[in-house]
Design a protein around this ligand. Sequence first.
Ligand code: HEM
Length: 425
Amino acid sequence: MSTDGRSPVIDFDHHSDAHADDTVGSYRRLRETTPVAWTENHGGFWVLSDYDSVFEAARDDDVFSSKRLEQYGGPGLSVVIPKTPMHFHIPIELDPPEFRSFRKVVNPIASPAAVAKIEPMIVKWTTWFIDELIESGEADLAQVIGVPAICTIDWLGLPVEDWQIYARSHQATLAEPTDSPLYKQAVEVDLPYGTEQMRQAIATRRAEPRDDAISYLVQQEVDGRPLTEDEVFSMVELLVSGGVGTTASLVSQTLVWLYEHPDVRQELIDDPSLLDRAIEEFLRYFSPTQALARTVVKEVDFHGSHLSVGDRALLAWSSANRDPSQFDEPDDIDIHRWPNRHVAFGVGVHRCAGSHFGKRMAKEMLKQVLERMPDYTVDLAHLKRYPRQGVNKGWQRIPATFTPGTRLLPPGAVPAGVSATSARS
Ligand code: HEM
């Protein structure tokens, strides 16, 4: 695609090694010089990096569409650049007004009250993951980040023994280079396997509902008719995709940072009631979902640039979250920061449906790590990050040592055949 008079033009690729080496500096440079700019990479797209442009675009669905429009940017998931080979996701790939009826279906199972109901499940899986490490005194702390994956799979009603397959495949499609064996494994083996399992679960729950999110979804209606199996599938796959990697990314980055900042770690150990506010700040600072995309569907003059129909646009939540016009000392973590109008969960109608679930899981994981392995030490020299940091940022390996502790769950609390070992490193 030619730049066709689009300006300013920059050379930016959120999936490049240079960006991964310094995501914060890379966005800071853009924000300070060209907060709305065009790059030719991945077929060409606008990068929106300051708070105002990200906020405005995310709230303007008439111009910035989330819809899957294959004529622009090719086939695949519309909310990432480049589009990845994933099934159609509902409601994230719909615009209002159609969007609204579907989002209404999802809201009740992710509300604060619904999350309070599944709290015992979150506590159980977190306890079990830490049980699996606690006696040894050394572990890859990235293993604990399997908690969000297994909780999401259990909540939906999918077989928990397969949690790694879901975690691995969704992570790989977003964070592995497209020519890597892990990406190939995800696209050719794991995603088709997961698809088959989800479709089977949807069919089974229609006939025999249980107490899980899939059973709820198959019984719902939109606009006076039942959801189709394809629609339920599109919602279930999105919930898997939203649930498995994001909270893991948040907690993994937070654990490393807390090791490097023992004073804050001690403050949270001494007073865990500070965790809620601290988690909002960790969300702002780390922005697990770094940036997502839209497609321009109406010609518009936007912050000094002219955007044309079909242009793709990247909304950098992570960069908006470091904008000094919104946040004092944006590159420092202040666990007492309040108010904290971060956009780590997005903005506007598509704001994260799983935010309460994600925050509750993050809180439990941090609380238990701080309680049960308060003196953990991270081997910073051997950290391994996700290969690409354009969509999800985080650590893939966190070698750590700590004073050994004791298991808490009785034998048999978790079904035989479930393994806590991460399949991702
Ligand atoms: C720290 C954890 C999380 C972060 C940072 C995060 C981030 C986001 C962001 C930025 C969006 C906005 C998408 C857009 O505007 O295009 C979003 C949407 C969404 N998230 Fe999350 N998410 C998290 C946890 C979860 C969890 C645990 C689930 C469910 C199990 C979930 C499910 C969803 C769904 C269904 C949407 C689409 C909402 C819609 O289109 O209306 N997320 N998330």
